[in-house]
Write a protein that binds this ligand. Structure first.
Ligand code: ATP
Length: 235
């Protein structure tokens, strides 16, 4: 039969304090695919990434990576399984240089990019290596945030709205890099508000509404479901 998915999420629940936000989320991320979570503001997309990564106070259900259950592991051990997380706020440290930001996270396994390889992928960063991390433009900070997880050896990348607030030419650049990472064998789970961007790079889309996944649309079936999708996303 088909290969098992790299990441298998079943009946995932999540809470912020007493507030129950995820109500049984189910989806698969096949190895080597770019998969998006789409949905309106507040649907729960960011919370799904946090729950996978173990940085949500309380979560329940099942998150399996290569068949191994992660739901009860602390986040540093989840990262060790090969998951790299770029949060929406990017997490660049103002008091550190670009190089220090890049080299901060521990390398977790083989296959991590060297600093030089990251700079080949994001040439803009090369001239800025000794600048302060937050002196970078938004696009450069996003590239730094992605480059940082590539150094660790993570094979599954969780990217939360990497294009948010960026100029169209930078969005294109981020798209080019994600396509390159896919060709290099990385698997990407992407939260996106920018559907026009998502459809240019993704293999499949999951629609998130009120803390659940309510539909899956293969990118190849997009045309047939376009109207329905626009309805889900209110675009
Ligand atoms: P957005 O694009 O607006 O970030 P999202 O789909 O990523 O949307 P989440 O950020 O996951 O949505 O939010 C899901 C729900 O959880 C929303 O109702 C939101 O108000 C609530 N929520 C988010 N963060 C917190 C928090 N720190 N404390 C309490 N509730 C929160």
């Amino acid at each position: 039969g088909a290969a098992p998915p790299l990441l298998k999420v079943r009946n995932l629940e999540g809470w912020y304090g007493p507030s129950h936000v995820l109500h049984g989320v189910d989806f698969d991320v096949p190895a080597g695919e770019v998969v998006t979570l789409l949905g309106r503001n507040g649907a729960g997309k960011t919370t799904i990434l946090r729950a996978i990564m173990g940085v949500l106070g309380r979560r329940a259900g099942s998150v399996r990576m290569n068949g191994m259950e992660l739901i009860d592991l602390p986040s540093r051990l989840i990262a060790r399984r090969g998951i790299g997380y770029c949060p929406e706020e990017r997490g660049i440290f103002a008091s550190l240089s670009v190089r220090e930001n890049l080299e901060l996270p521990p390398v977790i396994g083989p296959g991590g990019r060297s600093t030089g390889q990251v700079l080949d992928l994001f040439p803009n960063l090369r001239a800025r290596l000794n600048s302060g991390g937050t002196r970078l433009s938004g696009g450069e900070q996003q590239m730094l945030a992605i480059g940082r997880i590539l150094r660790t050896g993570a094979r599954l990348l969780l990217l939360d709205e990497p294009t948010e607030g960026l100029a169209p030419v930078i969005v294109q650049e981020i798209g080019r890099v994600i396509a390159q990472l896919k060709r290099d064998g990385f698997t990407v789970l992407l939260v996106e508000q920018n559907f026009r961007f998502a459809e240019t790079i993704a293999d499949r889309h999951y629609i998130v509404e009120q803390g659940r996944v309510i539909d899956m649309v293969p990118n190849a079936a997009l045309e047939a479901k376009r109207e329905q999708l626009h309805g889900y996303l209110a675009i």
